[in-house]
Design a binder for this molecule. Structure first.
Ligand code: ACM
Length: 553
């Protein structure tokens, strides 16, 4: 990897470079851009990023000419693969499809130094930009390279979402999973049910820190994306070859919906009309009732979701659904009897299977957290509708079970890639939650552990880092938890790495020096290697560290 002198992250598959020879020089007065068929969108982005940052006007040029950046596709390459050649005063980026061309352009951007990540030039207008002679050949290891943002617990206004889409693209990540609904807020406009956002889109106050903390932020918190906001986000992501996967979490994590429409809750057990949007954290007993009313309501919600999100997968949550209310509910018990089900877990399985089939009939696929397998353990298909996929978060076991039952898997274990978890054992980590997972730990994360057989491994679509936001109140806190670890994650899911135990973290960490400069240029409030800056700390706000700490109950 010594050829990777500029510190490319994620590391490419192959790079041959002649650092002693300038292969090309980008020159504001000279350099042109030739975009072949199908690469016009990438050319637009290149002008908007590199062009703005380096004061290059990039007029249209002739393909393959000197002092020209040529973009083209070649179906002989994999769709997301690319070859970048810098030689003889020419730059050429060839991708299997437009996505590959875009990833190649991201590599070109890194070759140009941190200034290429700014929004406007910081050097004089006649500065030229030398790139060493080289060839980079590259393609991703996994098709699903994702980040989940929990925009429900703390709403992220759309400018932050656009910034994250840009950050994903800069790291060659291609899935943005938006956790849009939870007990503490409903964040997507549904025309048919305006109270979902009118009532469910905000809460009166917010627990500050872990739920055992005595502190409250007494300010109301809220916000939601209108349907046009969602269209804008989806289109912005699509230009960057990123798929947005929406999550509507059912049948648990649904108190905001019940607060808006009390008939969705177990009204024969509790007074659902008295529920508000939840103001604290934890696993909530107030879950949806498994009635026809609820099924029809969420079918109607999903009709609108499908109009907005063109991607194949729709995430329906399915995690952490306590069964106490269903045990106490005559309506739920009658449903169990009528369907001939074994118990409440089987009822949840039936509920999820209903929507898995419903999505399948519309050409889409359900994905859910690994609890969606819990009630179907006795059946060969795990109780899931055909085509359903599982996001394995409670370790790898759910992923393995799903793969064995013939389902695709996205690996995202909380023990490894939950970025709300603290990244250092030090006492000045802000609101420390969960396990200590350092940059090195993430670099050693393996989406496909050795106990997966080859055919089980084929079921692994990829991996995803998840950022839950109970204690991340704004974009800067999200940045702090997400970076620099997302850079290590990007390399894990993109690059052909050796087994975790033999990975050269020191070499990666050396490249991070260049990457911190890129993140600085991008304005990311990452955690510095030496620890949080004073304003990144949250003294006195209780977290919930795991591993060896006394439990907080
Ligand atoms: C989850 O962390 N409850 C998926």
């Amino acid at each position: 990897m010594t050829d990777n002198a500029v510190g490319l992250i994620p590391a490419p598959r192959r790079i041959r470079t002649r650092p002693d020879r300038t292969g090309a020089r980008l020159d504001p007065s000279l350099t042109a851009l030739a975009a072949g068929p199908g690469t016009e969108g990438v050319a637009r982005l290149l002008r908007a990023t590199l062009g703005q940052a380096l004061a290059l006007s990039l007029p249209d040029g002739e393909p393959g000419a000197r002092d020209t950046i040529t973009l083209r596709t070649d179906p002989a390459l994999k769709p997301e693969g690319y070859r970048l050649t810098v030689a003889g005063r020419r730059v050429e980026v060839v991708g299997g499809a437009a996505a590959g061309v875009l990833w190649g352009v991201q590599t070109l951007r890194q070759l140009l130094g941190p200034e290429a990540f700014r929004r406007a030039p910081v050097k004089s207008a006649d500065t030229t930009w030398a790139i060493a002679e080289q060839t980079v050949e590259d393609a991703p290891r996994f098709a699903w390279r994702g980040l989940m943002l929990d925009v429900a617990r703390h709403f992220m206004p759309k400018d932050g979402v656009f910034a994250y889409i840009d950050l994903l693209a800069a790291h060659k990540l291609n899935v943005l999973h938006l956790h849009l609904t939870d007990d503490q807020g409903w964040r997507i406009e549904i025309r048919r049910y305006p109270r979902l956002t009118g009532t469910g889109g905000w809460r009166e106050r917010t627990k500050l820190g872990h739920r055992a903390s005595p502190l409250w932020d007494e300010r109301p918190h809220g916000g939601y994306y209108t349907q046009d906001d969602i269209r804008e986000i989806v289109a912005y992501a699509a230009e960057r070859h990123i798929t947005v996967v929406p999550e509507i979490d059912i049948p648990g994590h649904a108190q905001a919906a019940i607060a808006a429409y009390p008939e969705l809750g177990n009204a024969d057990v509790i007074d659902t009309a008295s529920l508000g949007v939840w103001t604290t954290w934890g696993i909530n007993p107030n879950v949806l009732s498994p009635t026809d009313t609820t099924l029809r309501f969420f079918e109607n919600v999903l009709e609108e979701v499908l109009e907005l999100f063109p991607g194949t997968f729709v995430h329906l949550g399915g995690d952490e659904c306590p069964k106490e209310q269903w045990k106490a509910s005559p309506a739920a018990q009658e449903r169990i009897r009528a369907l001939g089900l074994a118990d409440e877990d089987a009822l949840q399985s039936w509920f999820i299977r209903h929507f898995g089939r419903w999505l399948g009939e519309r050409g889409r696929r359900l994905i859910g957290w690994d609890e969606i397998l819990d009630g179907g353990a006795g059946s060969a298909d795990g109780g899931l509708a055909p085509g359903s996929a599982v996001a394995s978060w409670r370790g790898y076991a759910g992923g393995l079970a799903a793969a064995r039952a013939g389902h695709d898997v996205v690996i995202c274990p909380e023990q490894q890639v939950y970025f709300d978890h603290r990244q250092d054992p030090g006492t000045d980590e802000p609101v420390p939650i969960g396990y200590v997972r350092t940059l090195e730990d993430v670099y050693r994360f393996d989406p496909v552990p050795p106990d997966f057989t080859a055919s089980e491994a084929e079921r692994v679509l990829g991996a995803q880092a998840n950022v839950w936001t109970e204690v991340l109140e704004d974009r800067r806190r999200v940045d702090y938890q997400t970076f620099p670890r997302l850079a290590a994650f990007a390399e894990v899911v993109w690059s052909p790495l050796p087994p975790p135990s033999t990975r050269d973290f020191a070499e990666f960490n050396g490249r991070m020096e260049a990457h911190y400069a890129r993140l600085d240029a991008l304005g990311v409030s990452y955690r510095p290697p030496a620890g949080p800056r004073p304003w990144q700390r949250r003294p006195g706000v209780l977290g919930r560290p795991l591993e060896g700490s006394p439990p907080i109950v």
